[in-house]
Design a protein around this ligand. Structure first.
Ligand SMILES: [Zn+2]
Ligand SMILES: [Zn+2]
Length: 426
Protein backbone atom coordinates (compact mmCIF):
# COMPACT_ATOMS: atom_id res chain seq x y z
CA UNK A 1 0.00 0.00 0.00
CA UNK A 2 1.39 3.44 -0.94
CA UNK A 3 0.57 6.38 1.31
CA UNK A 4 1.31 10.03 0.73
CA UNK A 5 0.50 12.82 3.18
CA UNK A 6 0.43 16.44 2.04
CA UNK A 7 0.93 18.46 5.20
CA UNK A 8 -0.06 21.95 6.30
CA UNK A 9 -1.16 23.28 2.91
CA UNK A 10 -4.07 25.63 2.26
CA UNK A 11 -6.46 23.07 0.78
CA UNK A 12 -8.87 24.73 -1.65
CA UNK A 13 -11.50 22.52 -3.23
CA UNK A 14 -14.41 24.50 -4.70
CA UNK A 15 -16.32 21.25 -5.41
CA UNK A 16 -16.79 20.96 -1.62
CA UNK A 17 -16.59 24.69 -0.83
CA UNK A 18 -13.45 23.87 1.13
CA UNK A 19 -10.72 26.37 1.99
CA UNK A 20 -8.61 25.72 5.09
CA UNK A 21 -5.13 24.80 6.21
CA UNK A 22 -5.00 21.07 6.85
CA UNK A 23 -3.45 17.74 5.83
CA UNK A 24 -4.56 15.62 2.90
CA UNK A 25 -3.94 11.86 2.79
CA UNK A 26 -3.61 9.81 -0.39
CA UNK A 27 -3.60 6.03 -0.39
CA UNK A 28 -3.14 3.77 -3.41
CA UNK A 29 -3.94 6.51 -5.86
CA UNK A 30 -7.08 7.80 -4.16
CA UNK A 31 -8.00 10.61 -1.82
CA UNK A 32 -8.54 9.11 1.62
CA UNK A 33 -9.35 12.17 3.66
CA UNK A 34 -8.56 15.51 5.19
CA UNK A 35 -7.50 16.47 8.68
CA UNK A 36 -5.41 13.31 9.04
CA UNK A 37 -2.83 13.70 11.83
CA UNK A 38 0.71 14.53 10.72
CA UNK A 39 2.30 11.32 12.02
CA UNK A 40 0.38 8.67 10.11
CA UNK A 41 3.49 6.87 8.90
CA UNK A 42 3.06 7.96 5.30
CA UNK A 43 5.55 9.57 2.94
CA UNK A 44 5.22 13.33 3.50
CA UNK A 45 5.17 16.46 1.38
CA UNK A 46 5.39 19.69 3.35
CA UNK A 47 3.01 22.17 1.73
CA UNK A 48 3.41 24.96 4.27
CA UNK A 49 2.73 28.29 2.57
CA UNK A 50 1.40 26.52 -0.53
CA UNK A 51 -2.03 25.88 -2.00
CA UNK A 52 -3.27 22.31 -2.37
CA UNK A 53 -5.75 22.21 -5.25
CA UNK A 54 -7.53 19.46 -7.12
CA UNK A 55 -5.38 18.70 -10.19
CA UNK A 56 -5.87 21.46 -12.75
CA UNK A 57 -7.79 20.68 -15.95
CA UNK A 58 -7.25 22.31 -19.34
CA UNK A 59 -10.16 21.50 -21.63
CA UNK A 60 -8.67 23.10 -24.75
CA UNK A 61 -5.27 21.77 -25.88
CA UNK A 62 -3.89 21.12 -29.37
CA UNK A 63 -1.46 18.20 -29.07
CA UNK A 64 -0.67 18.04 -32.84
CA UNK A 65 -0.13 14.26 -32.86
CA UNK A 66 -0.90 12.53 -35.18
CA UNK A 67 0.44 14.45 -38.17
CA UNK A 68 2.40 17.44 -36.93
CA UNK A 69 4.94 15.95 -34.57
CA UNK A 70 7.42 18.71 -35.48
CA UNK A 71 5.19 21.11 -33.48
CA UNK A 72 4.27 18.89 -30.52
CA UNK A 73 3.73 15.26 -29.62
CA UNK A 74 1.44 13.70 -27.07
CA UNK A 75 4.53 13.02 -24.92
CA UNK A 76 5.88 16.60 -25.06
CA UNK A 77 2.45 18.23 -24.79
CA UNK A 78 1.53 16.23 -21.70
CA UNK A 79 4.96 16.97 -20.16
CA UNK A 80 4.26 20.66 -20.78
CA UNK A 81 0.83 20.22 -19.15
CA UNK A 82 2.42 18.76 -16.00
CA UNK A 83 4.92 21.61 -15.78
CA UNK A 84 1.97 24.00 -15.96
CA UNK A 85 0.15 22.21 -13.12
CA UNK A 86 -2.39 20.32 -15.25
CA UNK A 87 -3.23 16.73 -14.34
CA UNK A 88 -5.90 16.35 -17.03
CA UNK A 89 -6.26 17.88 -20.46
CA UNK A 90 -8.76 17.52 -23.28
CA UNK A 91 -7.21 17.43 -26.75
CA UNK A 92 -8.85 19.05 -29.74
CA UNK A 93 -9.25 16.91 -32.88
CA UNK A 94 -7.72 19.09 -35.62
CA UNK A 95 -4.84 16.68 -36.08
CA UNK A 96 -3.81 15.07 -39.39
CA UNK A 97 -5.80 12.90 -39.79
CA UNK A 98 -8.45 14.51 -37.59
CA UNK A 99 -9.88 12.54 -34.66
CA UNK A 100 -13.09 11.42 -36.33
CA UNK A 101 -12.91 7.62 -35.99
CA UNK A 102 -12.79 5.16 -33.11
CA UNK A 103 -9.32 4.11 -34.25
CA UNK A 104 -7.91 7.63 -33.91
CA UNK A 105 -9.48 8.07 -30.45
CA UNK A 106 -7.85 4.78 -29.42
CA UNK A 107 -4.52 5.93 -30.86
CA UNK A 108 -4.60 9.08 -28.69
CA UNK A 109 -5.45 7.07 -25.56
CA UNK A 110 -2.65 4.63 -26.38
CA UNK A 111 -0.04 7.34 -26.91
CA UNK A 112 -1.15 9.14 -23.73
CA UNK A 113 -0.81 5.90 -21.74
CA UNK A 114 2.67 5.37 -23.19
CA UNK A 115 3.72 8.93 -22.32
CA UNK A 116 2.41 8.32 -18.77
CA UNK A 117 2.31 12.02 -17.90
CA UNK A 118 -1.15 13.50 -17.32
CA UNK A 119 -4.64 12.22 -18.16
CA UNK A 120 -5.74 12.91 -21.73
CA UNK A 121 -9.41 13.14 -22.68
CA UNK A 122 -10.40 13.24 -26.31
CA UNK A 123 -12.63 15.80 -27.96
CA UNK A 124 -13.67 14.26 -31.29
CA UNK A 125 -14.79 15.88 -34.55
CA UNK A 126 -18.35 17.06 -35.09
CA UNK A 127 -18.05 16.43 -38.83
CA UNK A 128 -16.29 13.78 -40.88
CA UNK A 129 -12.76 14.91 -41.70
CA UNK A 130 -13.67 18.30 -40.15
CA UNK A 131 -15.16 19.25 -43.48
CA UNK A 132 -18.41 20.55 -42.06
CA UNK A 133 -20.46 18.52 -44.52
CA UNK A 134 -21.48 15.29 -42.84
CA UNK A 135 -21.79 14.39 -39.15
CA UNK A 136 -19.04 12.12 -37.82
CA UNK A 137 -20.13 8.82 -36.24
CA UNK A 138 -20.83 10.51 -32.92
CA UNK A 139 -22.22 7.39 -31.23
CA UNK A 140 -19.15 5.33 -32.16
CA UNK A 141 -16.88 8.12 -30.96
CA UNK A 142 -18.65 8.28 -27.60
CA UNK A 143 -18.22 4.51 -27.32
CA UNK A 144 -14.50 4.95 -27.93
CA UNK A 145 -14.36 7.48 -25.10
CA UNK A 146 -14.85 10.91 -26.70
CA UNK A 147 -16.03 13.40 -24.04
CA UNK A 148 -17.20 16.21 -26.34
CA UNK A 149 -17.27 17.28 -29.99
CA UNK A 150 -15.62 20.13 -31.86
CA UNK A 151 -14.33 21.07 -35.30
CA UNK A 152 -12.08 23.72 -33.70
CA UNK A 153 -9.43 25.17 -35.85
CA UNK A 154 -12.55 25.90 -37.84
CA UNK A 155 -16.13 26.68 -36.86
CA UNK A 156 -19.07 24.37 -37.54
CA UNK A 157 -20.27 26.78 -40.19
CA UNK A 158 -23.33 24.89 -41.48
CA UNK A 159 -26.26 25.77 -39.21
CA UNK A 160 -28.26 22.69 -40.18
CA UNK A 161 -25.33 20.40 -39.40
CA UNK A 162 -24.94 22.17 -36.06
CA UNK A 163 -28.62 21.69 -35.28
CA UNK A 164 -28.44 17.98 -36.04
CA UNK A 165 -25.27 17.65 -33.96
CA UNK A 166 -27.09 19.20 -30.98
CA UNK A 167 -30.03 16.83 -31.45
CA UNK A 168 -27.77 13.81 -31.77
CA UNK A 169 -25.70 14.78 -28.71
CA UNK A 170 -28.83 14.90 -26.54
CA UNK A 171 -28.66 11.09 -26.53
CA UNK A 172 -25.25 11.15 -24.83
CA UNK A 173 -25.51 14.44 -22.92
CA UNK A 174 -22.29 15.64 -24.59
CA UNK A 175 -21.50 19.29 -25.28
CA UNK A 176 -20.46 20.75 -28.61
CA UNK A 177 -17.46 23.05 -28.36
CA UNK A 178 -17.53 25.63 -31.10
CA UNK A 179 -14.96 28.06 -32.45
CA UNK A 180 -17.29 30.95 -33.23
CA UNK A 181 -16.16 32.77 -36.35
CA UNK A 182 -18.14 33.67 -39.44
CA UNK A 183 -15.42 33.10 -42.01
CA UNK A 184 -16.99 35.35 -44.65
CA UNK A 185 -16.14 38.24 -42.32
CA UNK A 186 -12.54 37.27 -41.58
CA UNK A 187 -11.06 36.35 -44.98
CA UNK A 188 -7.39 37.26 -45.18
CA UNK A 189 -7.46 38.92 -41.77
CA UNK A 190 -4.58 38.65 -39.32
CA UNK A 191 -5.77 40.67 -36.31
CA UNK A 192 -8.74 42.36 -34.63
CA UNK A 193 -10.50 44.95 -36.76
CA UNK A 194 -10.26 48.34 -35.07
CA UNK A 195 -8.22 51.51 -34.86
CA UNK A 196 -4.92 49.62 -34.58
CA UNK A 197 -5.56 47.44 -37.65
CA UNK A 198 -6.47 50.59 -39.55
CA UNK A 199 -3.29 52.39 -38.50
CA UNK A 200 -1.15 49.35 -39.33
CA UNK A 201 -2.95 48.78 -42.63
CA UNK A 202 -3.65 45.14 -41.74
CA UNK A 203 -6.84 43.26 -42.57
CA UNK A 204 -8.96 42.85 -39.44
CA UNK A 205 -11.48 40.39 -38.03
CA UNK A 206 -14.50 42.31 -36.76
CA UNK A 207 -15.96 41.39 -33.37
CA UNK A 208 -19.20 40.70 -35.23
CA UNK A 209 -17.59 37.65 -36.85
CA UNK A 210 -17.52 36.07 -33.39
CA UNK A 211 -20.77 37.52 -32.09
CA UNK A 212 -22.91 36.40 -35.03
CA UNK A 213 -21.95 32.76 -34.56
CA UNK A 214 -22.17 32.91 -30.76
CA UNK A 215 -25.69 34.21 -31.22
CA UNK A 216 -26.55 31.48 -33.76
CA UNK A 217 -25.23 28.73 -31.50
CA UNK A 218 -27.19 30.04 -28.52
CA UNK A 219 -30.34 30.11 -30.65
CA UNK A 220 -29.76 26.54 -31.87
CA UNK A 221 -28.96 25.27 -28.37
CA UNK A 222 -32.14 26.91 -27.09
CA UNK A 223 -34.21 25.42 -29.92
CA UNK A 224 -32.88 21.88 -29.48
CA UNK A 225 -32.13 21.73 -25.75
CA UNK A 226 -28.54 20.91 -26.70
CA UNK A 227 -25.39 21.99 -24.86
CA UNK A 228 -23.15 24.60 -26.45
CA UNK A 229 -19.73 25.49 -25.07
CA UNK A 230 -18.41 28.66 -26.70
CA UNK A 231 -14.65 28.27 -27.06
CA UNK A 232 -12.10 31.02 -26.35
CA UNK A 233 -14.58 33.89 -25.96
CA UNK A 234 -12.90 37.20 -26.78
CA UNK A 235 -15.48 39.93 -27.44
CA UNK A 236 -17.62 42.02 -25.12
CA UNK A 237 -20.57 41.24 -27.40
CA UNK A 238 -20.21 37.47 -26.98
CA UNK A 239 -19.74 37.71 -23.20
CA UNK A 240 -22.95 39.73 -23.07
CA UNK A 241 -24.87 37.28 -25.30
CA UNK A 242 -23.77 34.34 -23.13
CA UNK A 243 -24.65 36.19 -19.90
CA UNK A 244 -28.17 36.88 -21.13
CA UNK A 245 -28.65 33.35 -22.52
CA UNK A 246 -27.67 31.86 -19.15
CA UNK A 247 -30.34 33.89 -17.38
CA UNK A 248 -32.89 32.46 -19.84
CA UNK A 249 -31.78 28.92 -18.97
CA UNK A 250 -30.06 28.10 -22.26
CA UNK A 251 -27.47 25.34 -21.77
CA UNK A 252 -24.48 27.47 -22.64
CA UNK A 253 -21.03 27.54 -21.06
CA UNK A 254 -17.85 29.32 -22.06
CA UNK A 255 -14.13 29.65 -21.55
CA UNK A 256 -11.49 32.35 -21.85
CA UNK A 257 -7.74 32.11 -22.50
CA UNK A 258 -5.15 34.07 -20.48
CA UNK A 259 -4.03 36.08 -23.52
CA UNK A 260 -7.57 37.38 -23.98
CA UNK A 261 -7.74 38.76 -20.44
CA UNK A 262 -4.15 40.02 -20.52
CA UNK A 263 -3.23 41.51 -23.93
CA UNK A 264 -4.83 43.84 -26.47
CA UNK A 265 -4.49 44.46 -30.22
CA UNK A 266 -1.99 47.23 -29.38
CA UNK A 267 0.61 44.40 -29.15
CA UNK A 268 0.40 43.90 -32.93
CA UNK A 269 2.25 47.19 -33.43
CA UNK A 270 5.37 45.04 -32.94
CA UNK A 271 4.39 42.87 -35.94
CA UNK A 272 5.47 39.90 -33.79
CA UNK A 273 3.60 36.79 -34.91
CA UNK A 274 3.48 35.56 -31.30
CA UNK A 275 0.60 38.04 -30.95
CA UNK A 276 -1.27 36.41 -33.82
CA UNK A 277 -4.01 34.07 -32.73
CA UNK A 278 -7.63 33.29 -33.56
CA UNK A 279 -9.76 34.76 -32.13
CA UNK A 280 -7.39 37.72 -32.18
CA UNK A 281 -6.27 39.97 -29.34
CA UNK A 282 -9.06 42.53 -29.06
CA UNK A 283 -9.56 45.97 -27.52
CA UNK A 284 -9.22 46.98 -23.87
CA UNK A 285 -13.01 47.12 -23.68
CA UNK A 286 -13.14 43.44 -24.68
CA UNK A 287 -10.45 42.54 -22.12
CA UNK A 288 -12.51 44.34 -19.47
CA UNK A 289 -15.64 42.43 -20.54
CA UNK A 290 -13.79 39.09 -20.24
CA UNK A 291 -12.65 40.07 -16.75
CA UNK A 292 -16.19 41.07 -15.77
CA UNK A 293 -17.42 37.74 -17.17
CA UNK A 294 -14.89 35.87 -15.05
CA UNK A 295 -16.00 37.79 -11.98
CA UNK A 296 -19.75 37.34 -12.35
CA UNK A 297 -19.58 33.67 -13.41
CA UNK A 298 -20.60 34.18 -17.03
CA UNK A 299 -17.23 32.68 -17.98
CA UNK A 300 -17.06 29.19 -16.46
CA UNK A 301 -13.60 28.07 -17.46
CA UNK A 302 -10.05 29.30 -17.98
CA UNK A 303 -8.30 27.26 -20.68
CA UNK A 304 -5.16 27.68 -22.76
CA UNK A 305 -5.99 26.93 -26.42
CA UNK A 306 -2.37 25.64 -26.35
CA UNK A 307 -1.44 25.86 -30.04
CA UNK A 308 2.19 24.89 -30.67
CA UNK A 309 3.87 25.84 -33.95
CA UNK A 310 7.51 25.11 -34.82
CA UNK A 311 9.77 28.17 -34.94
CA UNK A 312 10.25 28.16 -38.71
CA UNK A 313 6.49 28.40 -39.26
CA UNK A 314 5.83 31.06 -36.67
CA UNK A 315 8.83 33.18 -37.83
CA UNK A 316 7.21 33.91 -41.19
CA UNK A 317 5.76 37.33 -42.05
CA UNK A 318 2.70 38.19 -40.00
CA UNK A 319 0.27 37.40 -42.81
CA UNK A 320 1.93 34.02 -43.52
CA UNK A 321 2.46 32.87 -39.92
CA UNK A 322 -0.06 30.41 -38.43
CA UNK A 323 -2.51 31.47 -35.70
CA UNK A 324 -1.95 30.47 -32.08
CA UNK A 325 0.42 30.36 -29.13
CA UNK A 326 1.48 27.79 -26.56
CA UNK A 327 -0.18 28.23 -23.19
CA UNK A 328 0.14 25.26 -20.86
CA UNK A 329 3.13 26.58 -18.93
CA UNK A 330 1.99 30.20 -18.66
CA UNK A 331 -1.70 29.77 -17.77
CA UNK A 332 -1.47 29.37 -14.00
CA UNK A 333 1.14 32.13 -13.51
CA UNK A 334 -0.92 34.51 -15.67
CA UNK A 335 -4.02 33.71 -13.61
CA UNK A 336 -2.04 34.55 -10.47
CA UNK A 337 -0.31 37.63 -11.88
CA UNK A 338 -3.22 39.12 -13.82
CA UNK A 339 -6.26 38.04 -11.82
CA UNK A 340 -5.43 36.99 -8.27
CA UNK A 341 -2.68 39.43 -7.38
CA UNK A 342 -4.69 42.51 -8.45
CA UNK A 343 -7.71 41.20 -6.53
CA UNK A 344 -9.89 40.49 -9.59
CA UNK A 345 -10.54 36.86 -8.57
CA UNK A 346 -9.99 35.12 -5.25
CA UNK A 347 -8.22 31.77 -5.16
CA UNK A 348 -11.34 29.56 -4.81
CA UNK A 349 -13.02 31.24 -7.81
CA UNK A 350 -9.90 30.89 -9.96
CA UNK A 351 -9.42 27.26 -8.97
CA UNK A 352 -13.08 26.50 -9.68
CA UNK A 353 -12.58 27.64 -13.28
CA UNK A 354 -9.51 25.41 -13.59
CA UNK A 355 -10.92 22.27 -11.94
CA UNK A 356 -14.53 21.39 -11.20
CA UNK A 357 -16.12 23.61 -13.86
CA UNK A 358 -14.30 22.06 -16.84
CA UNK A 359 -14.78 18.60 -15.25
CA UNK A 360 -18.55 19.14 -15.09
CA UNK A 361 -18.75 20.44 -18.66
CA UNK A 362 -16.84 17.42 -19.97
CA UNK A 363 -18.61 15.02 -17.60
CA UNK A 364 -15.34 13.58 -16.29
CA UNK A 365 -14.80 12.36 -12.69
CA UNK A 366 -12.04 14.87 -11.95
CA UNK A 367 -11.53 18.28 -10.42
CA UNK A 368 -12.32 17.31 -6.83
CA UNK A 369 -10.56 16.20 -3.65
CA UNK A 370 -13.58 14.31 -2.34
CA UNK A 371 -12.89 11.07 -0.50
CA UNK A 372 -12.58 8.26 -3.03
CA UNK A 373 -11.64 10.51 -5.95
CA UNK A 374 -8.54 9.86 -8.04
CA UNK A 375 -5.60 11.48 -6.28
CA UNK A 376 -4.90 14.16 -8.89
CA UNK A 377 -3.49 17.08 -6.92
CA UNK A 378 -1.67 20.28 -7.84
CA UNK A 379 0.39 21.95 -5.14
CA UNK A 380 0.76 25.61 -6.10
CA UNK A 381 3.42 28.02 -4.90
CA UNK A 382 1.37 31.24 -4.91
CA UNK A 383 4.24 33.62 -4.16
CA UNK A 384 7.24 32.47 -6.18
CA UNK A 385 8.41 35.11 -8.64
CA UNK A 386 10.16 34.08 -11.82
CA UNK A 387 10.92 35.17 -15.36
CA UNK A 388 9.68 33.13 -18.30
CA UNK A 389 12.43 31.74 -20.53
CA UNK A 390 10.64 30.11 -23.48
CA UNK A 391 13.64 27.85 -24.12
CA UNK A 392 13.07 26.21 -20.75
CA UNK A 393 9.49 25.23 -21.52
CA UNK A 394 8.70 21.51 -21.89
CA UNK A 395 6.59 22.12 -24.97
CA UNK A 396 8.35 21.29 -28.22
CA UNK A 397 7.31 24.72 -29.52
CA UNK A 398 8.26 28.03 -27.96
CA UNK A 399 5.71 30.36 -29.57
CA UNK A 400 4.73 32.52 -26.63
CA UNK A 401 4.40 36.30 -26.38
CA UNK A 402 5.24 36.11 -22.66
CA UNK A 403 8.99 35.43 -22.95
CA UNK A 404 10.84 37.66 -20.48
CA UNK A 405 7.70 38.41 -18.47
CA UNK A 406 8.07 38.55 -14.71
CA UNK A 407 5.42 36.20 -13.38
CA UNK A 408 4.14 35.21 -10.00
CA UNK A 409 2.94 31.75 -8.96
CA UNK A 410 3.77 28.31 -10.34
CA UNK A 411 2.95 24.65 -10.00
CA UNK A 412 5.25 23.27 -7.32
CA UNK A 413 4.32 19.58 -7.21
CA UNK A 414 1.92 17.76 -9.52
CA UNK A 415 0.43 14.43 -8.49
CA UNK A 416 -1.47 12.21 -10.91
CA UNK A 417 -3.22 9.11 -9.58
CA UNK A 418 -1.24 9.35 -6.37
CA UNK A 419 2.15 9.50 -8.11
CA UNK A 420 4.34 12.61 -8.10
CA UNK A 421 4.76 13.40 -11.79
CA UNK A 422 6.32 16.84 -11.59
CA UNK A 423 8.37 18.72 -9.05
CA UNK A 424 9.46 22.28 -9.73
CA UNK A 425 13.23 22.78 -9.64
CA UNK A 426 14.30 25.37 -7.08
ZN1 LIG B 1 -10.39 27.98 -32.08
ZN1 LIG C 1 -8.23 25.83 -30.30
Amino acid sequence: MSRLLIKNGRVIDPSQKLDRITNLLIEDGRIVGLDVPGDSGAECIDATGKIVSPGLIDMHVHLREPGREEDETIATGTASALAGGFTSIACIPNTEPPIDTQGTVEFIHHQAARADNCNVYVVACVSKNREGKELAELGQLVKAGAVAFSDDGAPVFDAELMRRAFEYCLMFDKPILNHCEVRELTRGAVMHEGTVSMVLGLAGMPSAAEDVMTSRDIALAAATGGRIHIMHVSTSGSVDLIRRAKTRGVRVTTEVCPHHFTLTDECLRSFDSNYKMSPPLRSQQDVDACIAGLQDGTIDVICTDHAPHALEKKMRELDQAPFGIVGLETCLPLVVTQLIQPGILDWPTAIEKLTINPARILGIPKGTLQVGADADVTIIDPDVEWTLDPQKMRSLSKNTPFGGWKLRGAADTVIVGGRVKFKRAV
